[in-house]
Design a protein. Sequence first.
Lengths: 131, 430
Amino acid sequence: MRLLTHNMLASNVRGATTGYPLKLEAAKWVTKEVELNADFIRGLLPKIDWRALVAATRALGLPELLPEEQPPEEEIFAEGAAGVEGSAIRRIHHALLEIHVQEGSLVCPDTSRCFPIDKGIPNMMLHEDEV
Amino acid sequence: MWYLCVFYHRLLDYRRPEVESLAELFAGSGSGESVEWRMPENHHADSPFHLVRLPGDERLAAQVANRSLLVKGIYELWGHGTTYEELEKSVKEYPDERKLPFLTPDSTFKIVVDSFGKVISSQKQNEIMKSLTYIPFKGRVNLKKSDHKFFVMETDDYGSNNGLPPVARRTIFFGREVGAADRHLLPMYQLKSRKYIGPTAMDAEMAFLMANQGLTRPGKLVYDPFVGTDIDIRVVRDGRGPDCNVWSNFEQMFDAIICDPPYGVRAGGRKSGGRKLIKGVKEPYTVPDEKRDNHIPSTAPYSLAECVHDLLHLAARMLVMGGRLVFFFPVLRGEDGAASPQYPEHPCFKLISSCEQILSFRYSRVLLTMVKVAPYTEEIERVAEERHLEFRENHQKWMEEGNLHSAVFLPAQDGKPDRESKPKYRGKYV
């Protein structure tokens, strides 16, 4: 499960009000390199909940990866930024697309219902009595 | 400007909508609607030769042809006729200022002789090329990499029984290529090159066509709610009100939704919650604590009507304005359904194209392309709910659980299918 996926998932369990963002508890995660596509990030970014993304990176023990506040677009998409090691766009790209949580769980912020992540796949299925 | 648009002879229904979608994609909003079409004289609508007027210059024509799956090439038509004499007259009448810039001495060119529905021997091809002396070619020939490519294309009046579209009269076209197909992605993704093919894998060509209908391009966000699963896209919505589902935070999230819903022939849909639970006959089963970890919740069949209704509801909320919903919808052939099929509707959506692909003697699938034209509101959802109930009452009992499957697989009355009635002309079968 990428952090991009985490950013778009919400808990739908009975009793949840927003069910978002899910608290990430990662037991095991890996990184896999993906080619950076600035147009893709540009289209994606307005749809990303920045706070949830930052919270997820912190949960993985990466407090330095992303700043508390989203950097301005001029900075992220500055000419040539994609080629610079450690630039904002590369960090965002890394956080969203290159980190894969393999084992762990997602916890509903309202009800504490725990959704397990098994072999990289979060199981969001609700039981009969939770719908 | 009018061009000659030559299609591959396949998926006939899909051809014009694809060109219109690509015009919209490359030339901007409203361009798809302003594409105009004509048929050459004496040509059946299923002919691969169409005349098209695109809302833009040659670059647009090149972009459209290049990205298209079904366009073989787009040409500036210099002349046409029913005989080579008529062709000569017609090309000579075409204005010099349109022709001479492409015939200059410093350019390279090649001529291709092509035909539809027949084969022209290479000797005859040579004769045809040599007969074009009335065109003042000044450039040098380069067969591998030429600046300009010219095409002579010939069709015949094939008679009636060879399965090709009936053409009343032989036609010869001469044109300059302005854009050609680039289908290089296709072999890379086609099913036979995959290690594993699932029962519901989508044919690569069709998948690309669906992507074109959805106006996808780099940086766009596209969603397939049925990907990799036969379980409901969301857990049961009914009874919980429209604001309680997995996606409630994500209004207007996607630029396109492209999918192939489970309509119960290859794979049937199922949704969370047992049969009895959904009917309200039974209280939900409480999972004992020690079994919670690996519990697999029960599911119930998900009828096509229900599934498509939920899809429209989801798309109405999650698409941006002007975003497209592209999905397949099954139609039974031969009976009342085929003549005037009833497609599902939603007040947020306008249907812009419906393309039939015949799958068997019994049924077809129709690729529906809808555009979101109105924002989602609670009022609109009430109207949608009413229309949905009406739709389900009045039409298509076969959309309910299992009925489509039995209609498709029911043995023929006398034990063998009625092959006699199949016409020789195959039309949309190609």
